[in-house]
Design a protein around this ligand. Structure first.
Ligand code: GCU
Length: 662
């Protein structure tokens, strides 16, 4: 009887709907093939390379269509990590220069299948935009994660190398499926302990798993490691004893992990040690490490996120620090630059350092974890944010010098090109805290692979692999995702406002924040400058003159209050409350409408999602619904708090057709 009832229920509700679904499978929901299918097609290879064997295994398990031949062709050097797929209804041929190219091709084919794309008459050639496509984990050795909102770190250091969590391999597979080929394991605020021999052995066990998926491990290192770990007198990069310590440490790492990627360094920033502690430059520090790694083809990613409390505008400091050093860095050093000049705000103009360095390698650093975008509580699809920076024209080498083309080798040949993002991954069952946070991990990988993909296309791929291939589901969800980042901008920091978050945790609003004795450059007033005249940071030549770091014609556009796009207005200008905006409204009214629009837009997202009940498994439906409720309340909180605070300066009424602050 029971069986009959279950069968009846399965008939009424398709299996995928009644099954509890915790999101742990991410976008990797390929369906295993039946024996019949397996019997009627073959997957052939001509190699015993472990990565090629893995590519074959993925296809043996999940590919339900034609027979496939996988082959490496060492002559096709231009393909590097890429691949070519050709074929018809009977047979597909896949060629790559590297074994990992065949693995990427296998995932590409499985994605085509999973998203119902035609797989006959294939003629595909894919070459990744960047050589190094790297996630930066800000994971501490005690398993807390700096700015991490998805639980503890995945890396169980106390158990390694003895116990291997199955999640290490699942994580590697997810990365490989979107082309990510490198990971920095630990926080940029690095503990020197990560370089101890004990941790190097632990790291080896992760590297051994990741290698099978074409992923290299990198480490964040603390510049004072020689002194703290090695007992040297100091950590001066010109001290021969220090140079030798690093040389020996690098040798030790490569003996254990022969394909180790290199180091990421945060130096002389936010209290971290660095070469300047000894009167040396960033170039002295980076080059000393680069020399130690050179023989092993290792890379140094040296962060440009440097600023100090001073009378100088924080937005200008990285440029001032690094431009004079242009040309001084070794060719295995890449300067890693945050997308904007402040710190991963929901919107920033591009960092003026892009392109300003003429003779140094540069790479972009994005943040996937939503430190300033509502943590893992708010739905904010970040592909449009990533694209906005990548497509920004710096004019550094003339018109068309986008950030993407300056960093992907198109305009400036580089030994190795790279792109990085701070991961949003943790121990949570669904990996990222919010189910839609998975989309941002996916989107970063897809854009690192091909920065010309559109945000819509990536959203569509992700939705159809993660939730449903039904257009009745895809279309509204895609629309909701596409508007979501702008929605967050509207209720958190409209018109170019920035860094008005509560001190330190960066979740809610605190534009009034003024910690006694706190660093002025961490206080919100430093950024919004509200007074009886108006609002916003004057970065024109009358103010900090940060606009001088941009090239013409960008400089003229950002620097002219009439020409400056609304979205950057308060970033670059101190604007009178009654200033007439392009919309014809006063700046104050426009601000009120933007905050209100943000609130209304989250409510509209709730309605979109509520209508989809029944089209997605109940567990994920309810979990997303609950997060949207939090987001909706937070949006009201942001609107009310900011408007009531700024009103104490503007002394103007809030227009009556918008929702009153509670
Ligand atoms: C932000 C963040 C810090 C982080 C820093 C960095 O300031 O709040 O937690 O360490 O960025 O990127 O180094």
């Amino acid at each position: 009887m029971m069986k009959v009832i279950i069968l009846l229920l399965l008939f009424i509700f398709p299996y995928s709907i009644v099954r509890a679904e915790d999101g742990s499978k991410l976008w990797l929901r390929y369906v295993s093939v039946s024996k019949d299918v397996a019997h009627n097609r073959s997957i052939s290879i001509h190699s015993k390379d472990p990565i090629i064997l893995l590519a074959k295994q993925e296809l043996v398990n999940f590919w339900g269509k034609q027979s496939i031949e996988l082959a490496v062709d060492r002559k096709l050097t231009y393909l590097k990590d890429g691949f070519k797929i050709t074929g018809n209804l009977n047979r597909i041929k896949v060629i790559a220069h590297e074994p990992v190219g065949l693995l990427y091709a296998a995932y590409h084919l499985l994605q085509l299948q999973a998203t119902n794309q035609p797989v006959s008459n294939l003629n595909i050639e894919e070459i990744p935009s960047f050589d190094i496509r790297i996630l930066n984990h800000w994971d501490n050795l005690d398993r807390t994660v700096e700015r991490g909102y998805a639980g503890y770190s995945l890396w169980k250091w106390d158990e390694l190398p003895g116990v291997i969590s199955p999640r290490y391999e699942e994580y590697a597979r997810a990365n490989a499926s979107i082309g990510i080929n490198a990971v920095v394991i630990n926080n940029v605020n690095a503990s020197p302990q990560i370089l101890s021999s004990q941790y190097v052995i632990k790291l080896k066990s992760l590297a051994d798993i990741f290698r099978r998926y074409g992923i290299k491990v990198y480490l964040s290192v603390n510049f004072s490691s020689p002194k703290i770990l090695g007992g040297t007198k100091d950590s001066d990069p010109l001290n021969p004893e220090v140079i030798l310590w690093w040389k020996n440490k690098v040798k030790e790492i490569y003996q254990v992990i022969p394909d180790f990627g290199g180091f990421l360094v945060k130096a002389n920033s936010e209290g971290q040690p660095g070469p300047q502690d000894y009167g040396r430059t960033h170039a002295d520090g980076a080059n000393m490490l680069a020399d130690a790694l050179k023989a092993y083809h290792g890379v140094i990613m040296w962060r440009a996120f440097v600023y100090n409390p001073s009378s100088e505008d924080r937005a200008k400091q990285a440029y001032q620090e690094f431009v004079p050093l242009d040309g001084a860095f070794r060719d295995n050093v890449i300067i890693q630059i945050k997308n904007g000049p402040i710190d991963f705000q929901p919107r920033e103009p591009f960092n003026p350092l892009f392109g300003a360095l003429q003779k140094s390698n540069e790479m972009v650093e994005f943040q996937i974890t939503q430190e300033y975008l509502g943590f893992a509580n708010h739905l904010a699809y970040l592909a449009p944010l990533f694209k906005e920076t990548l497509d920004s024209d710096t004019y550094a080498d003339g018109k068309g010098s986008t950030v993407a083309k300056l960093t992907d080798g198109t305009l400036r040949p580089a030994r190795k090109t790279a792109i990085a993002a701070v991961a949003n991954i943790g121990e949570d069952i669904n990996w990222t805290g919010h189910h839609f946070g998975q989309a941002n991990w996916f989107a970063f990988g897809r854009l690192a692979w091909n920065h010309e993909l559109s945000s819509e296309q990536i959203a569509e791929e992700w939705i159809s692999m993660t939730f449903s291939t039904d257009n009745k589901f895809i279309d509204p969800v895609k629309k909701m995702m596409m508007g979501s980042r702008e929605t967050v901008v509207n209720y958190m920091m409209p018109l170019g406002l920035h860094h008005i978050f509560a001190f330190d945790h960066h979740y809610g609003p605190e534009p009034w924040g003024d910690q006694e004795g706190g660093r002025p450059d961490w206080m919100p007033w430093y950024y919004h400058h509200a007074d009886t005249v108006g609002l916003g940071f004057d970065r024109t030549s009358n103010g900090s003159n940060a606009i001088s770091q941009y090239r013409p014609p960008i400089q003229e556009v950002f620097g002219d209050i009439q020409l400056c796009p609304d979205q950057y207005l308060l970033w670059f200008h101190h604007v009178p409350w009654s200033y007439t905006m392009k919309s014809g409204r006063s700046m104050w009214d426009e601000l009120c409408y933007k905050y209100d629009a943000g609130v209304q837009q989250v409510r509209a997202m709730q309605q979109v999602w509520d209508r989809l009940e029944g089209q997605v498994d109940q567990q994920r439906f309810v979990e997303v619904q609950s997060k949207l409720k939090i987001q909706s309340r937070d949006a009201v909180w942001w609107k009310d708090a900011c408007l009531l605070y700024f009103q104490t300066f503007s002394k103007k009424p809030i227009p009556y057709d918008i929702e009153r602050p509670v």
